[in-house]
Design a protein around this ligand. Structure first.
Ligand code: HAM
Length: 421
């Protein structure tokens, strides 16, 4: 094969796009029900936007960004996530001026130079929301409720919501020091990456997948015990709201999430139907991000859900019936003379809202009938020599196999009647 798709990317073929559309449409309609409006931002941004918001020492920024210099000498990066671009757009377009909470949603590809494996790609797709402008924990509850509702609606119910608080600039530095103190005696036994994290970003040590690091950090102090009063009250309120909404969760005191912008609430939705990459989605609060990006101090919270991972689970559950859309009517043209009137009939059918297809490969009548069956057509409209001579068409009901002949002028109206009957 001369050309292959780039490593870690996928072709989403016509047999699969109906499932993708079902997932995306479910998300869109739920977002609408919850009062979120769609936002679309560019595929690339100034590199600095991501470095600054996600944090220089995070895995994504330090190792995984698709960064290049454009012809004008600017460093740009294909978006590795959707939050920073949405917040940038919120600030740049002064969405705050519209008042209230800005409730935004997006469906976007993301790009991360990761080691590809099942559920982990270099181009992946996310469904996300960002709610900017309130620090009330009720908004956290709404955002989490929306994510859980989405999975229920597409049919994934065996999953867990994992919750934690990562504190704020008041209490996190205190915890960071406690964690460093705890790890100091065995820091040289940690993996190389964790030794760097120990210096630069100690909370990230808690997220290390290596067995040895996990064991060493197993009894690390809990961030929950270090929360300031405000963060603790926020966490408690959120938990009581989730309880009231009957949304089950488990608190994982080691859940820290991968980016530096998070404050207070952090959550992930995980499924055991996924392998090592078990996170279906994740999110949290980012009360300092708008200011970091140049806006006034404004709190926010959001999540992103991986579409590929949702689809893996749907397939695992046998809920991924991937059927192509069927076609209503097949127009069978027999002979060159019939081609032009056939094209006109196709146009009339399509313009009146009926899906219609024809043959472009000079198939025999039998071949065209087979094609019509394969496309799932309910009616075949035949135009042969006799029909042309008499100004009529023959309509065949593909289910009952009954045939009738009607004037060409009334063909579309008759088809419509047959389809609605
Ligand atoms: P994230 O946890 O990095 O968060 O990504 C969210 C989800 O996107 C993951 O749980 C996963 O399902 C999917 N995902 C991420 N990377 C890949 C990949 N390489 N291959 C396949 N799927 C992937 C964020 O991106 C934050 N922006 C979420 C957020 C929004 N926080 C606040 N607002």
């Amino acid at each position: 094969m001369r050309y292959q798709r780039p490593r870690g990317t996928n072709d989403i073929l016509p047999d699969e796009t109906p499932l993708w559309n079902r997932v995306e449409e479910t998300f869109r309609s739920l977002c609408k029900r919850y009062g979120y409006h769609e936002i679309r931002t560019p595929i690339f941004e100034d590199t600095d936007l991501f470095t600054r918001s996600m944090g220089e020492h995070t895995d994504v920024v330090s190792k995984e960004m698709y960064t290049f210099t454009d012809r004008g000498g600017r460093s740009v990066t294909l978006k590795p996530e959707g939050t920073a671009p949405v917040v940038r757009a919120y600030v740049e377009n002064n969405l705050a001026a519209q008042g209230g909470v800005s409730k935004l949603y997006y469906i976007t590809p993301i790009f991360r130079y990761e080691r590809p494996q099942a559920g982990r790609y270099r181009q992946a797709h996310q469904l996300g929301v960002e709610a900017i402008g309130s620090q009330h924990p009720a908004l956290d509850a709404e955002v989490i409720a929306l994510a859980m509702h989405f999975y229920r609606e597409i049919g994934i119910s065996r999953l867990s919501l994992v919750l934690n608080s990562v504190g704020c600039p008041v209490c996190r530095p205190v915890y960071r020091e406690r964690l460093r103190e705890f790890a100091r005696p065995f820091v040289h036994e940690l993996c190389e990456a964790c030794q760097v994290r120990y210096e630069m970003n100690p909370l990230r040590m808690l997220d290390c997948k290596r067995e040895k690091c996990r064991a060493l950090l197993h009894d690390a102090p809990d961030i929950i015990d270090s929360l300031c009063e405000e963060c603790r009250a926020h966490f408690d309120a959120l938990r009581s709201y989730l309880d009231a909404l009957d949304i089950r969760y488990v608190v994982d005191k080691h859940l820290v999430r991968g980016f530096d912008y998070y404050t207070k609430t952090a959550f992930e939705i995980v499924s055991d139907a996924l392998g090592a990459q078990n996170a279906l989605g994740g999110g949290g609060r980012y009360d300092g991000l708008v200011e970091e990006i140049g806006g006034p101090p404004t709190p926010g919270i959001g999540f992103a859900l991986g579409i590929e991972r949702a689809i893996i689970v749907l397939k695992e559950l046998g809920l991924a019936e991937a059927r192509r859309e069927t076609v209503d009517v097949f127009v069978a043209a027999l002979g060159e003379e019939a081609v032009q009137p056939a094209l006109q009939l196709l146009q009339q059918l399509r313009q009146s809202g009926i899906s219609a297809e024809t043959d472009y490969q000079r198939r025999s009548l039998k071949g065209q009938m087979k094609l019509a069956d394969r496309l799932g057509c309910r009616i075949t409209l035949m135009l042969g020599e006799d029909e042309l001579a008499q100004g009529v068409v023959t309509l065949r009901d593909m289910v009952t196999k009954e045939q009738r002949t009607v004037e060409r002028e009334t063909a579309v109206a008759t088809v419509r009647e047959m389809l609605s009957g």
